[in-house]
Ligand binder design. Structure first.
Ligand SMILES: [Zn+2]
Ligand SMILES: [Zn+2]
Length: 141
């Protein structure tokens, strides 16, 4: 995968890059993600925080996820695009919303998580490993 990996918010006020390829990508059906992705699963691309740079101002919102982790989520204050999620307990990794990547092709999910929270009409790819709730930490996988 060619690096750097770049992306931006919808309006372009926030731009970011990673010097390393992502660790993995997964589709998440947790209830929080449904709010942030208009009802579908969100596709989160997990990167190492090292080698991350961002320009432009972001606003943030802290909340406790269903997993129990305290999450810091960052958005563009101008256009509202959800961009980054970080578990405060796991500072070496961060999750980028796949829609913000310049090349969404690199965000193909390798697993599906929180399937127990999906609505009955939700499509869960039967070919991918699925977890009804929170899987183990990324650092252990
Ligand atoms: Zn924006
Ligand atoms: Zn989620």
């Amino acid at each position: 995968m060619p690096t750097p990996i770049t992306g931006r918010c919808f309006c372009g006020a926030v731009r970011f890059r990673f010097d390393q390829p992502p660790v993995t990508a997964r589709a998440c059906w947790c209830r929080d993600c449904q709010y942030l992705s208009s009802g579908n699963a969100s596709v989160g691309v997990i990167f190492r925080t090292r080698g991350f740079t961002v320009t432009g101002e972001t606003s943030e919102y802290l909340s406790r996820a269903d997993s129990g982790a305290m999450m810091r989520r960052r958005f563009c204050p101008a256009c509202g695009t959800p961009l980054f999620s970080e578990a405060l307990e796991e500072p070496n990794y961060m999750v980028v919303r796949a829609g913000a990547l310049d090349d969404p092709e690199i965000a193909r999910p390798e697993s599906v998580i929180w399937t127990a929270s999906a609505p009955r009409w939700g499509h869960v790819d039967p070919d991918l490993p699925a977890s009804p709730g929170q899987p183990g930490p990324v650092s252990a996988s």
